[in-house]
Write a protein that binds this ligand. Structure first.
Ligand code: NDP
Length: 282
């Protein structure tokens, strides 16, 4: 019997806790918590993400500052804005929506975000701290996965965890978080041999690949916990994950659906990180 992990319900619960934390912060320090969101250009998907982030802020009582720059903004313009936000005391977190338009050096722009305001958890220093298992701002999507596992009471210690995908924003931090939680972790990627064999030994299988329904039932161990980070479109244009959900779910003890699994947790963890950043700033 499998259990579907309801990311929306977890997200709602965590947002309530964040809203309480934000309220407490305001009472204790007499000031608001602020998140600056920078969007360059007019990419449709990015506009939706930014809107949802601003809506999330409103929901938990975080003040949002949105900056919209045109697609032809120069490197100097974007750098100047981020540098101003870096020293603005009303701003506790800075988020530069990726991808940036071609021609802009994203790495240089991101490097201007101080580690203490890096609510995406992408900067080298936060990633280094994660590797050293020290307190830091952790990338939102993998941190959201950990929160869901924790809230479901799923044991990680001593388990075989397999992460498929090694991107800097999902796969690598995911593997590090599982390792820090005492799992035995294997990271797979496009050059991995015997992927099926490795996956089928996983007690906890995390798919962060970006290929529709790639993880099939024969790759999954009976009773495994399956976490699907993927967000793809299937042949009919319908949103789907990296896991062949319909066929895999019967084999699992727990599984996250797409949509409604990992996705809703990502913005919630951004709000969580903004509250964390504010608490550390005082
Ligand atoms: P990337 O494209 O950066 O990384 C994909 C990873 O999958 C790479 O490490 C790649 O290996 C690996 N991979 C590709 N093909 C194979 C294969 N045939 N076998 C094994 N591994 C393979 O993607 P992201 O990490 O950014 O995102 C992954 C998915 O998660 C996407 O669907 C994305 O939309 C989704 N996503 C969802 C979020 C959410 O909030 N729910 C947030 C962020 C992402 P290699 O390194 O060798 O190329």
């Amino acid at each position: 019997m499998h259990k579907i992990i309801d990311g929306k319900a977890h997200s709602r619960g965590i947002r309530q806790e964040i809203a309480q934390g934000v309220q407490q912060f305001k009472q204790q320090y007499g000031k608001e918590i602020g998140l600056a969101v920078v969007l360059v250009g007019d990419d449709g998907a990015s506009q939706v993400y930014v809107r949802n982030k601003i809506k999330g802020c409103e929901e938990v009582g975080i003040k949002s500052f949105a900056y919209y720059l045109p697609a032809d903004a120069s490197q100097a313009q974007v750098e100047e804005l981020v540098s101003e936000l870096a020293v603005n005391d009303a701003v506790h977190g800075i988020l530069v929506q990726l991808p940036l338009p071609e021609g802009l050096d994203a790495q240089r722009i991101l490097s201007l975000i101080p580690v203490s305001k890096d609510v995406d958890g992408f900067c080298e220093s936060n990633i280094g701290s994660l590797c050293l298992n020290r307190p830091c701002l952790v990338a939102c999507t993998p941190n959201g996965v950990m929160k869901m596992l924790e809230r479901e009471g799923i044991e990680i210690k001593g388990k075989n965890a397999v992460v498929v995908g090694r991107s800097n924003i999902v796969g690598k931090p995911m593997a590090m978080l599982l390792l820090n939680a005492d799992a035995t972790v294997t990271v797979c990627h496009s050059k991995t041999q015997n992927l099926k064999e490795i996956c089928s030994k996983a007690d906890i299988l995390v798919a962060a690949i970006g290929r529709a329904k790639f993880i099939t039932a024969d790759m999954v161990k009976e009773g495994a916990v399956v976490i699907d980070v993927g967000m793809n479109r299937d042949e009919n244009g319908k949103l789907c994950g990296d896991v062949d959900y319909e066929n895999v779910r019967e084999k699992c003890s727990y599984i996250t659906p797409v949509p409604g699994g990992v996705g809703p947790m990502t913005i919630t963890m951004l709000l969580y990180n903004t509250l964390e950043a504010a608490k550390r700033s005082v």
